[in-house]
Design a protein around this ligand. Sequence first.
Ligand code: 5RP
Length: 224
Amino acid sequence: MTQDELKQAVARAAIDYVVDGEIIGVGTGSTANFFIDELGKIKHRIKGAVASSEATAARLRGHGIDVLDLNDVDAISVYVDGADEINATGAMIKGGGAALTREKIVASVSGKFVCIADGSKLVETLGKFPLPVEVVPMAANAVSRKLVALGGQPRLRTKAGSTDAFVTDNGGYILDVAGLSITDPVGLESEINQIVGVIAVGLFARRGADVCLLGTGDGVKKLT
Ligand code: 5RP
């Protein structure tokens, strides 16, 4: 199976977690896009969705799914999203698609986080994938110095084919931090959260995945 077929298989499996008549939280990225396409087929069963990015909101609307402002929503039963890396306890690195801050916000108000990923995302120790950190633009260099002190090698994310900084949906910049071997994900998440100028860190450990559906050659496996 190709990587896309594995992503499609987990996206299809995640539909079993959708709660009828409720509002669903939807992540960002290629795996989440496959999920949105599946959700489009059962859109009559849900009340609407809260999106974790402008791109996701546009795709949901393209399927005729109502996109709600989080400020108008009291509760979200389930949040479905991909990951760049996940470990056996459900701690993740996210933000490869630059949506980490809104992903974290929507996940934080959701009853259950269902992570959908192809099997290549499962790792023993998080950190091979550079850790995305969203920062207030004026603080990019100041935060970079603190991240170097923590043992990382931060690099400002740039727009494809340009040296201009990539700007997120929130007006932030992203530092991609290489060289970290994250043996204490909860501790590192807390430490990076304390750095002034950080909007959000792409470590989802304090609130990790409750369920992880992994796409493998032997079918979809449930990790946690
Ligand atoms: C976006 C994310 C994505 O979930 C992550 O990058 C995985 O993406 P994909 O499903 O395309 O592999 O965190 O900010």
